[in-house]
Design a protein around this ligand. Structure first.
Ligand code: HEM
Length: 147
């Protein structure tokens, strides 16, 4: 496994679950509340599996990847730290969204939805647009050229 391949796999996963989130919001707009809940439950489970899988992979299976991602001289560290500013709080709020939706804490669920959407948008933009080895070839080519 290489760092660019892992990043590309994660970018694909983020885009796939984002499609689920968008579908869940369309369902909500159409008044299909239960469908919104089901789609977001899948979104939540896939996100949790991805985050836990990532932690196992970079800390236990291929620890050299973690070193490469945080290498101060490497291309990943800065964009990764910016990405984590969004993705870590987004993951925390995601768990709260799951809980408040499932157990009908409506006011909290609605109040946090805007914050969650901002954090998730930041997660997607910084994860897919900034990280090298990415689905955005110009980033990958630029980073490889300046290494
Ligand atoms: C980000 C924008 C979101 C908005 C604006 C939103 C809004 C809503 C609203 C208005 C309801 C109906 C509440 C009620 O009247 O009972 C609802 C229900 C629910 N939401 Fe969300 N939500 C969002 C994201 C999420 C996320 C990220 C999750 C899970 C990870 C989630 C899970 C649920 C669940 C499980 C329900 C209950 C569905 C049911 O009644 O069966 N929502 N949401």
């Amino acid at each position: 496994m290489t760092a660019p391949l892992l990043v590309a796999l994660l970018q694909g996963a983020v885009l796939a679950v984002t499609a689920l989130l968008v579908a869940s919001l369309i369902a909500l707009a159409l008044g299909r509340r239960t469908l919104h809940g089901k789609l977001n439950t899948i979104f939540f489970l896939l996100a949790v599996i991805t985050v836990l899988g990532l932690e196992v992979v970079v800390r236990i299976v291929w620890p050299h990847l973690s070193a490469e991602f945080f290498d101060p001289a490497g291309p990943y560290r800065r964009p990764l730290l910016i990405h984590l500013c969004f993705s870590v709080p987004a993951t925390v709020i995601l768990a709260v969204m799951m809980y408040t939706g499932r157990f009908r804490h409506r006011a909290t669920h609605r109040a946090l939805s805007g914050l969650f959407l901002i954090l998730w948008t930041g997660t997607v933009v910084t994860g897919v647009g900034y990280l090298p080895g990415s689905l955005n070839p110009s980033v990958a080519i630029h980073e490889v050229a300046t290494r």
